[in-house]
Design a protein around this ligand. Structure first.
Ligand SMILES: NC(=O)C1=CN([C@@H]2O[C@H](COP(=O)(O)OP(=O)(O)OC[C@H]3O[C@@H](n4cnc5c(N)ncnc54)[C@H](OP(=O)(O)O)[C@@H]3O)[C@@H](O)[C@H]2O)C=CC1
Ligand SMILES: N[C@@H](CC=O)C(=O)O
Length: 438
């Protein structure tokens, strides 16, 4: 029998995800060897501080603070440190030395992916990053491989576990934003700096990666319109709920025809109202889901755990086995297929439905005056609902008006809201949120 090849695996980072990857590499060594055709020997783990307590008990002699030396002697490198530097330089060193790299670092890929992919292709090694989008869910390989014979027209995803967890807690238990965020951090979902989650930057990085693979073009963070969840209030959530909606942070990448900009791809991340019966509305806690529309396949939905050490480690190990198999067979395969035939479009080029909450004086003719302004600005109303608020003597104090529009452009909507604000019967505009799925 021929001898099984030994491949040296260098692990960079031993935090939420890295610790679980190390555990699986050690505990499941035999199964991984059988599946990949090579023994995957964990040759070392680079960290900032060797004495930091770990979630998993691991041999102390594996730890080092000298990541550079560890990388130079590896066949396979797993980067789970996060951040831009030194992750970027270490990945470049690894590929230039002929090592295949697996990473979950979406921030780095969205900022400087093309340099890394080019270097990997030049060196003839594989750079894989399934864990970078939607944690455990196999989504990048299906887009890149399984759907490579189709044309994707739209991708709609809940791709950040932390914000989905926070919004879900606020919606179902009435939890405060700060408490829900602290719990997401404790459970290992949040980024080292959770601003990246709550301001939408993490979802935007994932949206750039999804859009690049789906539309065979290179999108970077700069091409993604981004709005996080920090401005979503408990009252937005309550009033959306009352109207039959749930608020989700959605990443959207879609092919559109814009009268001013021509045809292209709109990539955006923002809080969005979804009807409660929409499949994505049922995605709870830190779960993620990606909904894809393709010309021939039709609608597809991928669902699973989008964050957390163990689920994410599953995606990392999948990439590692796949890279090891290719090393055993010889040849890396292609990292991505970029044809660059579509342009990214600004958010102003996209249209969407909107939910507008208004606090209005309860006077005759108010609804007609408001409806007139919408019509004047070319924004068509789909639903208009009024709730009367009374004081203790049952006298009418004010009315709450909830409006859902048909698809309208950002500019038309902004002009409508400005004009409505100018009416003497408007006490305040309480919400302006985008809606999908109506
Ligand atoms: N957590 C999750 O659910 C998911 C995370 N990811 C991505 O995976 C990556 C890792 O995430 P996560 O495990 O949560 O991160 P953590 O912050 O938990 O862990 C980071 C690890 O990297 C080490 N590290 C950081 N900087 C350096 C450095 N300069 N030199 C050496 N070691 C360093 C840290 O060392 P020390 O312990 O000594 O401080 C720590 O062990 C990130 O890119 C993240 O975006 C992707 C999908 C899901
Ligand atoms: N912070 C991220 C982790 C996974 O990518 C999230 O909450 O989704």
């Amino acid at each position: 029998m021929s001898e099984v090849r030994n491949l040296k695996v260098a692990l960079l980072g031993c935090g939420n995800v890295g610790a679980q990857v190390a555990r699986i590499l050690i505990d499941d060594a035999d199964a991984l060897a059988a599946r990949s055709g090579a023994r995957l020997e964990l040759s070392g783990i680079a960290v900032r501080n060797i004495d930091t307590p770990r979630d998993v008990e691991l041999p102390r002699e594996l730890f080092t603070t000298d990541a550079e030396t560890l990388v130079k002697d590896a066949d396979l490198v797993i980067e789970l440190m996060g951040g831009i530097e030194p992750a970027r330089s270490l990945i470049l060193t690894a590929v230039r030395n002929g090592a295949c790299v697996v990473t979950g670092n979406k921030a780095l890929l969205a900022q400087d992916g093309p340099t890394l992919y080019e270097e990997a292709d030049k060196a003839g090694v594989q750079l894989s990053y399934e864990a970078a989008v939607a944690g455990a869910i196999p989504i990048l390989r299906p887009i890149r491989d399984s759907l490579s014979g189709d044309r994707i027209t739209r991708v709609l995803g809940i791709v950040n576990g932390t914000t989905n967890f926070i919004l879900d807690q606020m919606d179902t238990t009435g939890a405060q934003f700060a408490d829900a965020l602290a719990e997401a951090q404790r459970l290992g979902y949040a980024e080292a700096d959770p601003t990246a989650d709550v301001e939408g930057h993490d979802a935007a990085a994932k949206a750039a990666i999804l859009a690049s693979l789906s539309f065979h073009t290179r999108f970077s963070l700069d091409d993604v319109y981004c709005e996080g969840i920090t401005k979503v209030t408990a009252s937005d959530i309550a009033s959306a709920k009352e109207a039959g909606f749930v608020i989700k942070l959605l990443a959207i990448a879609e092919k559109i025809e814009s009268p001013d900009n021509g045809s292209g791809i709109s990539v955006r991340v923002h809080p969005t109202l979804l009807p409660r019966e929409h499949p994505l509305a049922a995605v709870r806690g830190a779960f993620n889901a990606v909904f894809i529309e393709a010309e021939n396949a039709g609608e597809l939905m991928f669902y699973g755990q989008g964050a957390g050490g163990t689920p994410t480690a599953s995606a990392v190990l999948g990439d590692l086995v796949s890279a090891a198999r290719r090393l055993v067979l010889g040849g890396p395969g292609r990292t991505e297929t970029t044809t660059g035939y579509v342009q990214p479009l600004p958010v102003e080029a996209s249209t969407t439905s909107y939910y507008i909450g208004l606090d209005v004086a309860d006077q005759p003719g108010v609804l007609a005056r408001i409806a007139h302004i919408f019509a004047e600005n070319g924004v068509s109303i789909e639903i208009m609902r009024q709730t009367i608020h009374r004081d203790s003597s049952s006298a009418v104090e004010s009315a709450e008006l909830k409006i859902v529009t048909h698809r309208a452009s950002e500019a038309a909507l902004a002009a409508t809201v400005e004009a409505v604000k100018g009416l003497d019967v408007i006490n305040s505009v309480t919400s302006v949120l985008r809606v999908e799925g109506v």
